[in-house]
Design a protein around this ligand. Structure first.
Ligand SMILES: Cc1ncc(C[n+]2csc(CCOP(=O)(O)OP(=O)(O)O)c2C)c(N)n1
Ligand code: SF4
Length: 476
């Protein structure tokens, strides 16, 4: 066993999380730049006394197992997503030190959008971008930073501009943005360049600790295994070849004038919540709804029609009213190309039981406000369910014989009332009269709290009464 001369306390003494018998060495190949950069970061975290408030984020790539080694908070994330996760963590824990540690496949290919936007927002995080010109973990495929002419597994004859475009200089790209505070490219090559990288790592971390500045450190790093070179040769290659394409140096530094940024969350005082959430309006008066508390209500409702028929607001009114009756509710709109002309629909659940998913695949109640909706959803209704359809617009009867069917000329009745748009509330009135799952009185009283356009409250109250009247007449 090799003797370890000095190991930063930021690393675990024994890598218990590493599977297998070997708990003392890392998973990195000999000569890999990741190991050296890990040491520089670990040492800085120890010296700055921030190990216990550091959260290290490792996405997919050879460094995905950083959590075996770093005795910090660790989050492993999906490929390319580290800056997005770092954003969330930093915003939730503004006093923590958040490190997004990414490879070139991760940051400059699958995760390009995440890094650009995190940088552009100036998140208070430190990004270490390991550029080894290749995908290490998966066996040496071309990365966005692979050099022209470089042979990789996916460019066996060498990368060409015509086929794969130019290598992307990420530091230069990030430096063009306004928000980043410090952007530098360094390399882990000879001792001198590694010692300079050490200073840069420290500067970047300090900038986060003291001012919450966004910094981006690109590290030219060796991947001897995939470059098919010895460790020594691969370090020379960084200096002699890789650096020609990716010149080291500071690309942007406004750390002196940057005053710092406060990521502390703005919180809302408890006393303001009722007002913000309009809780008074949503207050449940259990006395008024006592009759409904004993009923085993469990309705899954699909409401469908043309965009513009008030399909979504029909669903909103039902779910808002459901809440006022102490039911569990969910409301899920379906926006799609069909919003313009074809069928729009929404799913509403109203239940005494907790709701797992808001999706309604097999409705207990289908409200069809146009023919395409009836055609599309009729067969989904459960046996014994209910179909309510607007027979002033739909020119066919439902075919099902195992469900209850109510034909209501909602649009015609609404026209007679003076506003076609009230057809949806006529259906609400009919539904609650037929199913007796809500108090008509309470629905009428609460309508003003739910509807956005207050001048329509009276009209809609009349529509609800009209729908109920229609059902009563059916039963006579
Ligand atoms: C969504 C997704 N796509 C692809 C992969 C396969 N994959 C694993 S690591 C990797 C590339 C890693 O390369 P890089 O980010 O350069 O890190 P390195 O291994 O060189 O340190 C890829 C494509 C994956 N794990 N997840
Ligand atoms: S494959 Fe390359 S990047 Fe991955 S551990 Fe080995 S040397 Fe490092």
């Amino acid at each position: 066993m090799n003797k370890i001369l000095k190991k930063s306390s930021t690393f675990y003494d024994v890598y218990e999380r590493r599977p297998g018998a070997d708990k003392l060495t890392t998973t990195y190949c000999p000569g890999c730049g990741h190991g050296v950069l890990h040491k520089l970061v670990a040492e800085a975290l120890e010296d700055f006394g921030v190990r216990d408030k550091t959260i290290f984020i490792s996405p997919v790539g050879c460094s995905v197992f950083a959590y075996y080694y770093f005795h910090t908070g660790n989050v492993q994330v999906a490929h390319g997503r580290a800056p997005a996760v770092a954003t969330g963590i930093k915003r939730a824990h503004p006093d923590s030190v958040v490190i997004s540690y990414q490879g070139d496949g991760d940051l400059a290919a699958i995760g390009t959008a995440e890094i650009i936007h995190a940088a552009n927002r100036g998140e208070g995080i430190t990004v270490f971008f390991v550029n080894n010109a290749v995908y290490g973990m998966t066996g040496g495929q071309m990365a966005p930073t692979t050099l022209i002419g470089q042979k990789t597994m996916t460019t066996p004859r060498g990368r060409t501009v015509e086929n794969e475009g130019f290598p992307i200089r990420m530091s230069e790209v990030i430096a063009t943005l306004e928000a980043p505070v410090f952007v530098e490219r360094v390399m882990i090559g000879d001792t001198k360049s590694t010692m300079h990288a050490r200073q840069t790592v420290r500067k970047a971390l300090k900038l986060q600790i003291e001012k919450n500045g966004f910094s981006f450190i690109e590290v030219l790093s060796a991947c001897p295994s995939q470059l098919k070179m010895t460790p020594i040769r691969s370090k020379l290659w960084i200096k002699e070849v890789l650096e020609k394409q990716f010149p080291v140096g500071v690309k942007k530094d406004i750390s002196d004038t940057f005053e710092g940024r406060d990521f502390t969350r703005r919180t809302v005082a408890d006393s303001d919540l009722p007002d913000i959430l309009n809780l008074e309006a949503a207050h449940i008066d259990l006395k008024k709804v006592a009759h409904y508390q004993e009923k085993p209500v469990n309705e899954e409702i699909k409401i469908a029609g043309f965009g513009g028929q008030g399909v979504l607001s029909l669903g909103t009114v039902l779910s808002e009213m459901g809440m006022r009756h102490n039911y569990e509710v969910s409301w899920l709109p379906s926006y799609g190309p069909e919003m313009r002309g074809g069928t729009a629909n929404c799913s509403v659940k109203i239940s005494k039981k907790k709701i797992g998913s808001p999706l309604v695949a097999n409705p207990t109640i289908l409200i069809a406000m146009n023919r395409p909706s009836l055609d599309k959803f009729e067969n989904d209704v459960i046996s014994g369910g209910l179909i309510i359809y607007d027979d002033s617009l739909i020119d066919r009867k439902p075919q099902r014989s195992d469900v209850n069917i109510i034909a209501i000329p909602a649009t015609k009745l609404a026209d007679e009332l003076g506003n076609t748009k009230a057809a949806n509330m006529i259906i609400v009135g009919a539904l609650i009269e037929y199913k007796d799952i809500m108090s008509q009185q309470l629905v009428l009283e609460s309508l003003g709290d739910v509807l956005k356009r207050k001048n329509l409250v009276e009209l809609n109250q009349k529509a609800i009464l009209l729908g109920a009247e229609f059902i009563k007449n059916l039963n006579k």
